[in-house]
Design a protein around this ligand. Structure first.
Ligand SMILES: [Mg+2]
Length: 306
C-alpha cells in the first residue's frame, strides 16, 4: 500500500483520511472491530488509509501496527507533524528516515514555544486552564479513559498542547486572540482544546495530497471521515467527506458539497460513511454522488463490504 501501488487504471488513485478517536475508534472503548472488513478491503485495493489525529507520534506508532496501516503515512497532533514511510518521502525535501523507517516532517511549531506562550497568557489574562502536561497520570487516565501506558504516550507531545478550559466563553475569546497574535491556534477536539502552530488537520491533509501528486503525477480521489470540530478543515479539503455522529453536542458543519452524516457513532458510523461513498461500485463514484442527496443519511448495509 504505497503511492505507487496499483489501483484500477480506469479510476484515479484514492486516499482515505481518517480521524481516530470517535471515528475509526470508539469514543469510549477505542474499539475498531466494526471497521476491520473495510480496512482489509482498502488494503487489498491498495488504498492508503491515513490517520489524521490529535494523538502523538508515540501513540500512533503502535496503533497503526494494530490497524495494519504501517505502509501509510500519518498526521499527528492535529496537523503539527507528518510521518512518512519511505515510499512517501522525498529524498531532497525530507530528513532521512529514523530507526522506525519513517521520515518525520514538522508542519507546525515546537512544543517548547507553545508552553512558553501558554504560561504568558495564563498570567496576563488571569485565566484558568489545565494542560495535559500539567495533569497527573492518574487524572489523565480518569479523564480520557486511556490505559496508563497509552496515557504516558499521549503526554509525549512534539508540536501541540491539549488543555482543559476552566473558564467561560468570554475569556476564551481573549485567550484565543492572544494566541493568534503569537501565530498559534486553538482548536476544539472531542475532549480537549488543542493549541498548535499555524497548522491544522486541513493544512496537513492538503500538504499530503500535494506530496502524493508530486510523487505520482496524479490527483487522487480523496475521502475524509471525522467527528469533531477539529476535523472540519480536513473535511473541507477533500473530494468527499463524512461527519460521523459525535458523542458530544458540538456543531460540525464543514463547507463541503459532498457531505454525508452518519447515523451511527464511532467505527459503525465510519463503516456507514464508507458504504455511502464507496460501498457500491467505487469505479463509478459519480453515480453514488448523483443518486442520493448529499447530506441525507443513506441506507445502512451491514456486514462485509460488497
Ligand atoms: Mg474525533
Amino acid at each position: 500500500m504505497t503511492p505507487s501501488a496499483a489501483s484500477p487504471s480506469a479510476c484515479p488513485p484514492r486516499l482515505v483520511f481518517t480521524d481516530l478517536d470517535g471515528s475509526l475508534l470508539d469514543h469510549h472503548s477505542y474499539d475498531w472491530e466494526p471497521a476491520r472488513p473495510w480496512l482489509a478491503r482498502l488494503k487489498a485495493e491498495g488504498v492508503p488509509v491515513i490517520p489524521v489525529t490529535s494523538k502523538t507520534r508515540s501513540e500512533i506508532l503502535p496503533l497503526r501496527r494494530e490497524l495494519g496501516l504501517e505502509d501509510a503515512p500519518f498526521i499527528a497532533e492535529n496537523g503539527a507533524l507528518a510521518g512518512l514511510p519511505l515510499a512517501w518521502s522525498h529524498a531532497r525535501l525530507d530528513r532521512g528516515p529514523g530507526p522506525d523507517g519513517l521520515a518525520i516532517r514538522t508542519l507546525g511549531v515546537d512544543i517548547g514555544l507553545i508552553r512558553q506562550r501558554l504560561a504568558v497568557w495564563r498570567e496576563r489574562l488571569g485565566v484558568r486552564f489545565t494542560t495535559m502536561s500539567e495533569m497527573s497520570l492518574e487524572a489523565l487516565v480518569d479523564f480520557t479513559g486511556l490505559a496508563e501506558p497509552q496515557a504516558r504516550l499521549a503526554r509525549l507531545r512534539e508540536g501541540s498542547e491539549p488543555l482543559i478550559w476552566e473558564e467561560g466563553d468570554e475569556p476564551l475569546a481573549a485567550f484565543c486572540e492572544g494566541l493568534e497574535g503569537d501565530g498559534l491556534r486553538l482548536v476544539r477536539g472531542g475532549r480537549f482544546w488543542h493549541v498548535t502552530g499555524d497548522c491544522h488537520k486541513g493544512s496537513a491533509v492538503a500538504w499530503l495530497i500535494e506530496r502524493f501528486e508530486a510523487l505520482r503525477g496524479h490527483r487522487p480521489r480523496t475521502l475524509a471521515l471525522g467527528d469533531g470540530p477539529n476535523d472540519i478543515a480536513m473535511l473541507e479539503v477533500v473530494d468527499q467527506a463524512v461527519v460521523i455522529r459525535g458523542c458530544h453536542d458540538l456543531e460540525v458543519s464543514p463547507d463541503q458539497a459532498s457531505l454525508y452524516r452518519s447515523l451511527a457513532t464511532g467505527p459503525d458510523g465510519w463503516v456507514e460513511g464508507m458504504e455511502h461513498w464507496w460501498g457500491r461500485d467505487e469505479r463509478r463514484p459519480s453515480s453514488v454522488e448523483e443518486g442520493r442527496p448529499p447530506t441525507e443519511p443513506g441506507p445502512r448495509e451491514d456486514g462485509v463490504p460488497a
